[in-house]
Design a protein around this ligand. Structure first.
Ligand SMILES: NC(=O)c1ccc[n+]([C@@H]2O[C@H](COP(=O)([O-])OP(=O)(O)OC[C@H]3O[C@@H](n4cnc5c(N)ncnc54)[C@H](OP(=O)(O)O)[C@@H]3O)[C@@H](O)[C@H]2O)c1
Length: 188
């Protein structure tokens, strides 16, 4: 397939690029380092339109949600198109706001941007037609060395788990999934 990935130059997007290329797919990457910017919504949607799948991964303000709508309207009713929206597990609980907490304010905005993305995904999914839309929520994934990565998943393993989960069985559709870190594999 031809797969568009935003944020393909680092972290989760880079790991998706690696594994999907190894599996024989053609990647259309959209990142600032390679001259693009997802804030240019219509231009980015035009780049994605000829692809079969869109991994809506790079995050800035509400661009993921705007891109979702722009790509969806180009792909509406076309069989064989897939969109994976990369959200966050932070959606599952409110931000613990402190009166002086600038960081909390930023995280609160981030969470709201992801809530917008998830709500848009559900509304579009509710139409029950192509493109097929999924929401993927990472927990802690070790994408940046500057952070403490002690309790975070290895990024390549995390991405492999996601790809394997979606592709493992014929006729199984995954709509929403949270994938995080755990100390030990379940012995089953
Ligand atoms: N890592 C985690 O633990 C975690 C947890 C929850 C959710 N997530 C979500 O997972 C996604 C990826 O996160 P990550 O940790 O892999 O991030 P990351 O390591 O910081 O990588 C971000 C990628 O996005 C690109 N990017 C940033 N702004 C862009 C823009 N305006 N236009 C185009 N590309 C842009 C960057 O490349 P350039 O600099 O070249 O543009 C880079 O390739 C995000 O949606 C994030 O919210 C991650």
């Amino acid at each position: 397939m031809k797969i568009a990935i935003t944020g393909h130059t680092a972290g989760i997007g880079k790991a998706f690029t690696k594994i999907l290329q190894l599996r024989g797919h053609e990647i259309v990457g959209v990142s600032r380092r390679t001259g693009e910017n997802i804030r240019r919504i219509e231009h980015t949607a035009n780049l994605i339109e000829p692809c079969d799948m869109f991994i809506n991964n790079a995050q800035t303000s509400y661009a993921q949600t705007e891109l979702l709508y722009a790509v969806w309207s180009r792909w509406q009713g076309i069989e064989g198109k897939y969109i994976w929206n990369i959200s966050t597990q932070m959606i599952e609980h409110p931000i613990n706001n402190r009166p002086d907490g600038q960081d909390d304010l930023i995280m609160s905005q981030y969470r709201n941007q992801k809530i917008a993305l998830e709500e848009a995904s559900r509304q579009l999914k509710f139409k029950n037609q192509w493109p097929q839309i999924s929401i993927i929520r990472p927990g802690g994934v070790a994408t940046q060395e500057k952070f403490d990565n002690t309790h975070k998943a290895d990024v390549d393993l995390w991405v492999k788990s996601v790809v394997d989960t979606f592709s493992h069985n014929e006729n199984i559709k995954i709509s929403e999934i949270s994938v995080g870190y755990t100390k030990k594999r379940i012995p089953i």
